[in-house]
Structures are given as C-alpha cells and as structure tokens.
Design a protein around this ligand. Structure first.
Ligand SMILES: *Cc1c(COP(=O)(O)O)cnc(C)c1O
Length: 384
C-alpha cells in the first residue's frame, strides 16, 4: 500500500488540501514584519463570516483545548457557578477545565448519543439562578450529535444574564454559525477539523457582552489572557510568537472557503452526513444519534455487539489503508466513528462506505456487498 495515500476519515486531524500544504511550505518570514502583520490582520478579518460575527476573532498558537481554556479562565472567577451542558467527552472537558480553576460547574448531563434540548436547559437553569456562564458543545465529537445551539442560546438569553460559550471545534466552517444573530458570547474552534489544517491554531471570537465581563475580571491567565490578544490584534499581531506557517495555510483555507462559498460548504457536509447515515441504515448498523441531531461532520455507529468495532477498524487500516475513529471513554472498543468534514467530498464517502462493506465481510459479518454504497449513491444522485 502507498503510505502517502493513507485515507484519514477521523473527526480530526483531517486531510490537508495540497494547495494549503504548499502554502505552509513558504519560507519563514519575520513574525513582527509588515508583511506578516498585513497577512495576519487580513486573515483574522476573513474568519468573521465563518463565525457569523462582526467582532474580532483571535488566533492563538495552541490546540483547540487552549481556546476552551481561554474561554473559561477569562470569563469566570474562582468560586463562581456555571452550567455545563455535557452530552459526551468534550462537554465534560469544559467542566473539568472549570474545576481546575476553582469554578463550580453544574452539569446538565444527557445520555451519550442524545442532544441537549432547549426544554431541558430551561428546566435546568430555572433551578440554577446563580450561574455566570453556560458552556455548550455544538458538535459533540464523541457521539456525533449536533446540539441545537441557536435554540439553546435563545433559552440562555431569555432566562438568564449568563454568558453563553460554545465549543464549535469539530464543526465550525462546516455548519452554520451566526454568533451575533443567535446571541453567542464566545465561540471557539481549532485548525485541525473542518479548517483543513494541521493542529496548532485555536480561534476565539468574543461578544461585546463578554468583553464587559472580561474587563471587570482580574486576569487569571498569562498566555491565555484575552486582553493581551485584543491589544495585539489592534496592532495587527499577537502577544507571543504566532504560528507563522499555519497562518500561511489559514490564508489559503480562507481563499478555498470563499471560492466554494459557505452555503455550498454547508450543503456538501449535509449531503455527506445523509449519505453516510443512509448507507449505515442499509447495512443495519445502528446510528448513535437521531436524524434530527446527526452532525454533518461526524457519524457514530454502535454495532451493539453484533461485531467488534476494533476488528473492523483494524481491517480497514491494514487491508484498505483507511483510518476511522473508535469510541472514547466508556465507548472505547464498542463504537466506531466516521469523520466526513473539511477536505472531503461525496465520492470520498462512497469510498469509505465501500471499504467498510468489504471489511465487514472480511471479519465475517453477513452483509450484502454494495447495499450501503447503493443507498449512498441514491442520496447523492437525488441531491439537487
Ligand atoms: C477536537 C475537539 C476539541 C479540541 O481538542 P484538541 O485536541 O485540544 O485540539 C475540542 N472540542 C471538540 C468538540 C473537539 O472535537
């Protein structure tokens, strides 16, 4: 097998488009040069439509979690209460970050595979009058649920004065986000998912309402101090050395997004989700999420013991050169997850489905070869 043709179908890191790879290979330039400042400021500006905001978007060197931690440490003080919507591993991460800073998280937990509904949030918040912020995960990558952020935001806005802070790491750039219109206060994402870049950049957008809170708080962080990023961005730079090559790549990603158009990108991801779901249903492999909450970026399947998900992943990897993801935490070894975001198109989905069918047969599961592929093809050709 060609090792350089290994196909990544995990929910991050995702494949890098050749033109982005090439842009990142440009020679290093001075990070305080006029040339870099101009590129940096322009690129930060181009991120705004992706977040649906007129506010500045801060770019920092760090994985997605650095952005989550930045959102926590700047907005809430030790001893204060917050609500954390936990629909899987990443919701729980927000709660753990809060605990590390001495913040008191009240967890609204739903079963893995389920979404947090506005009704559940409203009931929960009515019993928690003191929360200063509500933390949510838009796409819960561990289960493939896309939480209804717009409706959840409406509840937070109508029922509380709390900030609403969203982890959109595994979906921003692939699904709609209207930060200003929906009333989101902080939206965080990272570079290695729908942004088609290597890991290493986090993006954080902050509302005016959030800034009022942040400006009144005593800074708890040094590297993650948002005020330092605001001051530097006004001077077209970052407080510490920026990840210059990743910013070269990001500028190219922005060009790709502008060329395809956000609406077309959202439709492409919905189509890939629908193809994947139709195929898995045709193969009788149970989906972990209801259609209504299935994420356009990642689909989780739970064979419920009908076969060993790890055996399937191993055959896919060793015989077909395709990597899919397993389960996290208590679902490790039980489920598998197919990433379909970023530099991925419908025909790539047909490829992974075809390889899954062959691998299932190779591990002795009785399925009809082509049944999933056919279902996905039908979705694709009927797509207008
Ligand atoms: C990938 C991911 C993160 C960030 O993880 P890092 O490993 O720090 O980049 C955060 N939240 C969600 C929902 C994710 O999918």
């Amino acid at each position: 097998m060609f090792t350089d043709k290994m196909i990544l179908r995990i929910p991050g890191p995702t494949p890098i488009p050749p033109r982005v790879q090439q842009a990142m290979n440009a020679p290093m330039i001075g990070h305080r040069s006029g040339q870099f400042s101009k590129l940096f400021a322009e690129t930060a500006e181009r991120l705004k439509p992706i977040f649906g905001t007129k506010q500045d978007v801060y770019i920092l060197a760090g994985s997605g979690t650095s952005g989550l931690e930045m959102a926590v440490v700047n907005t809430v003080n030790p001893g204060e209460e917050v609500a954390v919507l936990v629909s899987g591993a990443f919701g729980e991460r927000f709660a753990k970050i809060c605990e590390r800073y001495g913040i008191i998280p009240h967890r609204l937990e739903v079963a893995w595979g389920e979404a947090v509904t506005p009704e559940a949030l409203e009931a929960f918040l009515s019993e928690k009058p003191n929360v200063r912020a509500v933390f949510a995960t838009q796409c819960e990558t561990s289960t493939g649920v896309l939480n209804p952020i717009r409706e959840l935001a409406q509840v937070v806005r109508e029922k509380t004065d709390a900030l609403f802070i969203v982890d959109a790491v595994s979906c921003l750039g692939a699904v709609p986000c209207e930060m200003d219109e929906w009333g989101l206060d902080i939206v965080v994402t990272g570079s290695q998912k729908a942004f088609m870049l290597p890991t290493g950049l986090a993006f954080v957008a902050v509302s005016e309402r959030a800034w009022k809170v942040i400006d009144n708080n005593k800074p708890q962080a040094f590297y993650l101090d948002l005020k330092a990023y605001r001051k530097s961005l006004a001077d077209q730079t970052t407080p510490y050395t920026p990840a210059v090559s990743l910013v070269f790549g990001l500028a190219e990603v922005c060009a790709m997004i502008e060329e395809e158009g956000l609406d077309a990108i959202f439709k492409r991801h919905e189509l890939m989700r629908d193809m994947t779901r139709a195929a898995m249903s045709a193969l009788n492999i149970p989906l972990m999420t209801e259609d209504q909450y299935g994420s356009p970026t990642v689909t989780s399947l739970d064979p419920k013991g009908a076969f060993d998900a790890e055996e399937l992943r191993k055959v896919l990897r060793t015989k077909h050169n395709i990597i899919i993801a397993g389960g996290q935490q208590h679902l490790k070894g039980k489920i598998f997850r197919i990433g379909h975001m970023g530099y991925c198109e419908p025909l790539d989905v047909i490829q992974v489905i075809s390889a899954i069918e062959m691998s299932l047969r190779q591990i002795g599961v009785e399925i009809e070869l082509g049944a999933g592929v056919k279902a996905a093809q039908e979705v694709l050709i009927n797509h207008v």
